[in-house]
Design a protein around this ligand. Structure first.
Ligand code: N01
Length: 506
């Protein structure tokens, strides 16, 4: 078996395979380390706006009485530790980017190409995530800039930014997290905003003494995680569907803006004109206060060009800067690019997805037998924990593998009719959300189709997966060679249930 990617999805899949008794698998990772986005994003101030208890695997609960929200280093450390403690290191092929995956119909197997060779696998699991390829906007003159420039996900740590004039383009979660650190060091920060995002305050990153005492009680960590999980479903998920919590959340966000930003002109620029939840909500308590600093300027004139020493806006002003930081997000709707995926009868996945990326619960596509996705189309949870969503997908993929074994089939694939029914449900669910009536974001592809987020609660996802068992939705695909007998699932033997302690707070 081949798993592609060693972030939360790939590591979670690897551990699940081991626990189910599969040992014959390889995890290919393009970079030199595990961690996915938490390895790549090292920008100053990078942290997680989902509580650490929820942002961890259920089999390796992140139990800490100090850290409420983890920083980038803590999450990366956590993932490295899970990989080591769960004995995944021998399965990892680091520095190995898969460039193409081709289904060999005669054999019912996948051929995977790398820059240096080929491998063959019975099953392939794409766990490359949605936010791993930086997006750089196509602004005229971008390459003419003579100063330093980089994307938030490709931070260049060799340079001292103290006392510099810095432009930040974009005002999403990455920009919000980076701004306070930059503003404290830079001479001046020019923040270029195209659309204001909705912002809600975030509790302190560390627990207070009362919470710490509470968490020392037996079962408290588990109870807290459950409360967070159910709380996200009950409070945040309805916001995206204009449900009961949308108005209170919008009221809270406006009130928060009002309290944090005294200047009415600045407040007006920061007030979104689309429904809350239309783009991913920013949870941050340092962003708005930083915008009040005298060395921070919010520029709302569109950027029309970049010249050797700065950025030109539509009003003709040239904003002279030493550094440009692109906080412009990711090529999320492109999903598996640059891997060229070829399925049965010569179909090519990205050609098929030209009319919009789509997959059965974000994890399988008809015509691509024995191929699974983790965090595929419409399975990003904008209102909760994505590691938890991935665990649900991993459990389902394991059930598919068990079905394949039971059927004695070389390959199984999701049924066309099951996919069509799921698509109909998705279209109806998406129509009820705020995304179709909101402008562009990484939730949508260039044509405006909502391809990335899951349009309901995590609980609904779980329930629907339970109601759409593989036995009812997948079918055997014949191949000329018999089912390979190696790598059959055995009863669960390996466990990795040791709580993974977080490193000491630095
Ligand atoms: O990227 P984004 P991000 N001119 O796509 C602007 C996750 N994350 O890296 O809104 C000017 O949100 C664009 O403007 P507009 C999280 O899921 C999680 O910040 O399109 N501006 C927008 O403001 C998040 O959603 C954590 O009008 C341009 C910005 O760039 C996802 O990553 C932390 C432009 C892009 O915002 C992505 O966040 C950080 C142009 N030509 C990130 N082109 C956690 O804590 C684009 N923009 C878990």
């Amino acid at each position: 078996m081949a798993v592609i990617g060693a972030g939360f999805g790939g590591i979670g899949m690897g551990v699940a395979l081991k626990r189910a008794g599969f040992e014959d698998f390889v995890i290919f990772e393009k970079s030199a380390d595990v961690g996915g986005v938490w390895r790549d994003n090292t920008y100053p101030g990078c942290n997680c706006d989902v509580p650490s208890h929820l942002y961890s695997f259920t089999f390796a609960p992140y139990r800490d009485r100090h850290i409420r929200y983890p920083g980038q280093r803590q999450i990366l450390e956590y993932l490295r530790r899970v990989a080591v403690e769960c004995d995944l290191m021998p399965h990892l092929r680091l520095g190995t980017a898969i460039t193409a995956a081709t289904y060999l119909e005669q054999q019912g197997r996948w051929e995977l190409a790398t820059a240096t060779g080929r491998s063959v696998a019975d099953v392939v699991v794409f766990a490359v995530g949605q936010l791993h390829r930086p997006y750089l906007p196509d602004i005229e003159g971008r390459t003419d800039f003579a100063g330093l420039s980089f994307h938030t996900a490709e931070w260049d740590h060799r340079h001292d930014l103290r006392g510099r004039d810095i432009a930040v383009i974009g005002t999403g979660s990455s920009a919000a997290q980076i701004l306070p650190t930059l503003a404290a060091a830079a001479a001046r920060v020019h923040l270029f905003q195209r659309t204001p995002h909705w912002v809600l305050p975030k509790p302190p990153a560390e627990f207070g003494p009362l919470a710490r005492a509470g968490l020392s009680l037996p079962g408290a960590h588990h109870f807290y995680r459950q409360a967070l999980d159910h709380g996200a479903d009950a409070l945040l998920a309805p916001i995206m569907r204009r449900g009961w919590s949308a108005r209170p959340a919008a009221w809270l966000a406006r009130r928060y803006l009002h309290r944090q930003v005294p200047d009415p002109a600045l407040r007006a620029k920061l007030t979104p004109d689309y429904p809350i939840g239309g783009k991913r909500i920013i949870f941050d308590s340092h962003y708005y206060p930083t915008l009040n600093r005298p060395n921070v300027e919010l520029v709302t004139e569109p950027v029309t060009g970049i010249v050797g020493d700065g950025l030109v806006t539509a009003d003709g002003t040239c904003h002279r800067v030493d550094v440009i930081v692109y906080a412009t997000g990711f090529r999320a709707p492109e999903f598996l690019v640059p891997v060229v995926v070829r399925g049965r009868e010569g179909r090519v996945l990205h050609e098929q997805w030209r009319t919009g990326a789509s997959a059965f619960f974000g994890l399988a596509v008809p015509g691509y037998p024995n191929a699974f996705l983790i965090a595929g189309p419409n399975s990003f949870n904008p209102a909760g924990s994505n590691p938890a969503m991935k665990e649900r997908q991993i459990d389902y993929i394991l059930d598919c593998l068990r079905l394949r074994d039971r059927l004695g089939a070389a390959a199984i694939e999701v049924d066309e009719e099951a996919m069509r029914a799921h698509r109909r449900w998705l279209d109806r669910a998406i129509a009820k959300t705020v995304w179709p009536i909101t402008g562009p974001s990484w939730y949508k592809d260039r044509a405006g189709r909502v391809t990335n987020p899951w349009p309901a609660s995590a609980r609904t996802y779980e329930r629907m997966l339970r109601n759409h068992r593989p036995v009812a939705c997948f079918r055997a695909v014949s191949a000329d060679t018999p089912y390979p007998r190696h790598g059959r699932p055995a009863p669960a033997v390996t466990r990795c249930s040791t709580p993974v302690a977080s490193p000491a707070v630095s």
